[in-house]
Design a protein around this ligand. Structure first.
Ligand SMILES: [Zn+2]
Length: 370
C-alpha cells in the first residue's frame, strides 16, 4: 500500500472520482449543502415519489437516484413516524399490492425500490408478499433495498432476493454462513446495474492507467450478491453504541468474505453532517477498510448507476451527461495511505467539480480495475 498515490495530483490538490452517499433522505436535509460538502451523487431511500421526482437534474443538487415511497406492511415502520409525511409510505398487504406499488414507484422514476422489514416496530411483510415485491422489481429492472431491523430480518431479506441492505445489520451478530451467502459474487446476467455500467465506465476494464491505490481490484472487481450501505455513524454520532459495535463486527466479517460495502449515512436521521461524514469513514476504517477500500466505498455508486439501461423507457431521469462531468477535488497533498485518521480527514475535505475537462483527470474507481 505505501507509496501508491491516492489519486491524480493537480491544481494544488488531488483529483478523484465523484463521491456518492448511498443512503440519504433529501426531504429531511439540505441538498445544496450536501453537494457543497463534497457529495456528487446521492441515493434517496424513501420519500414522497411526486416530490422525489423533482430532484434529479437540479444543477445545485447532487445527482439524485431515488426509491420513492417506503414499501411496508399495513401499520409497519415507518407509517407511524412523525417525520414520514403523507404519501411517503405505501402500505402493501398482498402480492398484488406489492406489484402495484412497485409499478407506481417505477412510473414516478424510481431507480430502485425500498422496503422496510423492522420487526421491532410493527408488522412486516410476509414471505409471499416480499418475494412478489422483489420479483416484480427485478422484472422491471430495479434492485430492492431493504431496511432490516430485528432478529432474523436480514436472513429473510436475503432469502427473498433483496439486493441491498440500507444499513449494515446492527440488531444481531450475523452467522458466518449468512454472511457468506450475501458475499457471494453477484451474477452479472441478473444484474441490471452492471449491464448498464459496461457502456458507462470512464475506463475500459483493460485500461491500466488508473493509479488510484494500485492493486485494489482483485476480489472487489465485482459486486457481492448483497451490497450493504454502511450507515455506521447513526449509532451514536460519535459516541459509539453497542449497536455500532455489532454493525462494525458484521462489516468486518462480511468484507473479509468478499462482501461489498458502500458509503452511506442515512442523512436526515439525526445529526449527520451534510457532505462527507468523517465519522462514517472512521467507523469504516475501524471495521478494517484500508485507504483503497474507503475510496472504493465512496466512489463505486457514482460510477455504477443503479437504473437499468434500456429495460424500459422510464430510465432517462438519470443525468448521464452530467454524470460523466463530475469529479472530486481535494485541496492539498494526499496523506500517507497508511495513516487512516489522516486519510479520513482528507477525504472529508472533498469538493464537487462539474467540468468535463477536469473530470477526465479523475481516475476510475478502484473496482473498475481488472
Ligand atoms: Zn434511511
Amino acid at each position: 500500500m505505501s507509496g501508491q498515490p491516492l489519486g491524480h495530483a493537480g491544481d494544488g490538490g488531488t483529483w478523484l472520482p465523484p463521491f456518492a452517499d448511498a443512503h440519504v433522505h433529501l426531504g429531511l436535509a439540505d441538498p445544496v449543502a450536501v453537494r457543497r460538502g463534497g457529495i456528487a451523487v446521492v441515493h434517496d431511500l424513501g420519500w414522497v415519489p411526486d416530490v422525489a421526482r423533482t430532484w434529479p437534474g437540479r444543477p445545485d443538487f447532487p445527482e439524485v437516484a431515488f426509491a420513492g415511497a417506503f414499501l411496508t406492511a399495513p401499520g409497519g415502520y415507518p407509517s407511524d413516524r412523525s417525520w414520514a409525511p403523507p404519501g411517503s409510505v405505501a402500505e402493501v398487504a398482498t402480492p398484488d399490492d406489492a406489484v402495484a406499488a412497485v409499478d407506481r414507484q417505477v412510473a414516478a422514476g424510481a431507480s430502485f425500490l425500498k422496503v422496510t422489514l423492522h420487526a421491532d416496530a410493527g408488522p412486516v411483510l410476509d414471505d409471499v408478499t416480499l418475494t412478489a415485491l422483489v420479483g416484480h422489481a427485478h422484472a422491471r429492472g430495479r434492485d430492492v433495498v431493504a431496511h432490516v431491523e430485528g432478529r432474523g430480518m436480514a436472513a429473510r431479506a436475503v432469502e427473498a432476493g433483496v439486493d441491498r441492505l440500507a444499513h449494515a445489520p446492527f440488531s444481531e451478530r450475523l452467522p458466518d454462513d449468512l454472511l457468506a451467502a450475501m458475499a457471494r459474487p453477484r451474477a452479472v446476467e441478473h444484474d441490471p446495474a452492471r449491464g448498464r455500467e459496461r457502456g458507462n465506465c470512464r475506463n475500459e476494464p483493460d485500461d491500466d492507467s488508473n493509479p488510484v491505490l494500485g492493486g485494489a481490484g482483485g476480489r472487489t472487481a465485482g459486486r457481492s450478491r448483497t451490497t450493504w450501505v454502511s450507515t455506521l455513524d447513526i449509532h451514536g454520532w460519535g459516541s459509539p453504541t453497542a449497536e455500532q459495535d455489532v454493525a462494525i463486527d458484521n462489516v468486518r466479517r462480511f468484507v473479509a468474505l468478499g462482501g461489498t460495502v458502500v458509503y452511506g449515512t442515512d442523512l436526515g436521521n439525526g445529526p449527520i453532517p451534510h457532505g462527507v461524514d468523517e465519522r462514517e469513514l472512521r467507523a469504516l476504517a475501524a471495521a478494517g477498510l484500508d485507504a483503497p477500500a474507503l475510496l472504493g466505498a465512496l466512489t463505486r455508486e457514482a460510477a455504477h448507476p443503479r437504473a437499468a439501461d434500456g429495460v424500459d423507457d422510464l430510465d432517462d431521469h438519470v443525468e448521464r451527461p452530467r454524470r460523466a462531468s463530475l469529479a472530486t477535488w481535494i485541496p492539498g497533498d494526499p496523506p500517507d495511505p497508511d495513516d487512516l485518521d489522516a486519510v479520513c480527514a482528507w477525504l472529508a475535505r472533498a469538493v464537487v467539480v462539474d467540468d468535463p475537462a477536469r473530470a477526465q483527470r479523475a481516475p476510475a474507481t478502484p473496482e473498475d480495475r481488472p
